[in-house]
Design a protein. Structure first.
Length: 458
């Protein structure tokens, strides 16, 4: 389930960055405007510290009270992970216990041939042991990757849609009830026993193989993080007092709704205004895969409109929103050919630009790099803020990450680690490891029979 960082590097494209000083500019104005864009997208260490301090303040506020910008949503109970292999079925009880870390207890069962082909069976857990019983409904864990204010292990209400979703009539409703009703209507014998955010799933999935895991993060279409918090540091927690630790779904994509500290450019503001959720999820809009291509497109349009690239020619494709995909950015970042051949292909063959010059392509590559690097550094600040808040970076600690941006964007992982070191020093670099929790976000599915709390809340 978890792949160490070294292995991942093998399959991923390496990044080749352009130095703005190495570009032969076509005129002074071009140089001036491009260097101004470089300035707007470059985050100094000082700025990163300012953002980090603000982020930590937001964490404290969200832990104290509901309704704050960082929702800091408490998760419930202990979790069961189910791993159905070809021969064995492994059930792992993930406990948020004692020592500041997740501990796991697992039991292995040989899968009965009758079970493999027979009707669905349910899994149950009780206080003392994990048992497999026959039953009429499958207990299912439901990964719902949106901000949900949880009221119990399988109950909650959608606070707001994110990531371009805007289906009507859902905000304020319980996604579990909606899903359960759909199953019931179709007589599907499934009971939704647990509701998990993808970050929480990622944390649990990664902890399965790396017991020192303290944080789960998504860098994909959207972005967000979950971490393990001491209950006595959660003033708003009114649940059972025997719980000493709790996973917090931070919903950090919502950070800085107040626009107090994020260095939003006109290109970000343009994207925000045209999005389905204006003035929401501003941090997410600077980091997540859904938006990076669109920010890049906005910068390129600015340069085109000023006739500073492509001879002022525009491809009609680029006039449409969302046409510059974040996947193109990965290929352009990785382009190490002297003529920027791969960049040329994307611009001319995919986006239908008339023939481009090397200067055009260098500038496109530079813009891509600026947008991508800023995203990774902002993501790094979030990680550094959490690590500093918990103090976990002073000991060996692991961060499980899932999402296409992390998986495929060249050197996103290196930029994250560099940023953590820049913020927290060499000790953090030595102690903190990050890795891909593959399909961590599908853990609601992969941890499919994730069951309710030991008290049987549902
Ligand atoms: C949602 C989070 C989710 C994240 C990553 C955000 O837009 O609000 O709940 O964890 O995307 O999928």
């Amino acid at each position: 389930m978890a792949t160490p960082i070294a292995a991942k590097h093998v399959e991923k494209l390496a990044r080749h960055r352009i130095d703005p000083n190495d570009i032969t500019y076509t005129c002074d104005t071009q140089k001036e405007v491009v260097l101004d864009i470089v300035r707007q997208f470059t985050l100094s260490t000082e700025k990163l510290h300012e953002i980090k301090a603000n982020f930590q303040e937001g964490m404290r506020k969200g832990l104290a009270k509901d309704g704050e910008t960082l929702a800091m949503i408490t998760s419930f109970g202990s979790f069961l992970a189910l791993d159905v292999g070809g021969t064995n079925l492994r059930v792992v009880n993930v406990l948020l216990g004692g020592s500041g870390q997740i501990s796991t207890r697992q039991a292995k069962y040989k899968i009965d041939e009758a079970l493999k082909v027979g009707p669905a069976k349910a899994l149950f857990v009780d206080e003392h042991q994990i048992r497999v019983h026959g039953g009429s409904a499958i207990q299912m864990g439901f990964t719902f990757s949106f901000p949900v204010l949880q009221t119990s292990i399988n109950r909650g209400t959608l606070i707001t849609w994110t990531k371009g979703f805007n289906a009507s009539g859902m905000v304020g409703k319980d996604p579990v009830i909606m899903l359960q009703d759909a199953f019931n209507r179709r007589h599907v014998p499934v009971q939704v026993a647990a509701l998990v955010n993808d970050t929480v799933g990622t944390l649990l999935a990664y902890a399965y193989n790396n017991p020192e895991t303290a944080i789960g993060v998504i860098f994909g279409t959207g972005t967000n993080g979950a971490y393990i918090e001491q209950v006595d540091r959660i003033p708003k927690w009114r649940g059972p007092s025997q719980e000493r630790e709790m996973i917090i779904n931070m919903e950090f994509g919502a950070f800085d709704k107040e626009r107090a500290v994020l260095p939003l450019t006109m290109f970000d503001n343009k994207l925000d205004r045209k999005s389905v959720n204006p003035s929401k999820q501003l941090f997410e809009k600077m980091i997540a895969g859904m938006y990076l291509g669109e920010i890049t497109r906005n910068v390129l349009l600015h340069l085109i409109d000023r006739r500073l690239v492509f001879n002022g020619n525009i491809s009609s494709d680029l006039n449409q929103m969302w046409t510059f995909e974040t996947a193109y950015m990965s290929a352009i970042e990785a382009d190490s050919t002297p003529t920027l051949h791969h960049t040329k292909k994307i611009l001319e063959a995919t986006l239908n630009f008339p023939p481009t010059s090397l200067n055009d392509r260098q500038i496109v590559k530079l813009v891509v790099e600026l947008v991508g690097r800023r995203a990774a550094r902002l993501g790094g600040v979030a990680l550094a803020a959490i690590l500093d808040h918990t103090g976990d970076y002073t000991q060996k600690t692991a961060i499980g990450i899932d999402g296409s941006l992390y998986e495929f964007y060249p050197s996103f992982d290196t930029d994250l680690l560099d940023c953590i070191e820049e913020m927290l020093g060499a000790e953090a670099r030595q102690n903190v490891s990050i890795g891909l929790a593959q399909d961590g976000s599908g853990v609601g599915a992969a941890l499919c029979a994730l069951l309710a709390s030991r008290n049987g809340d549902h």
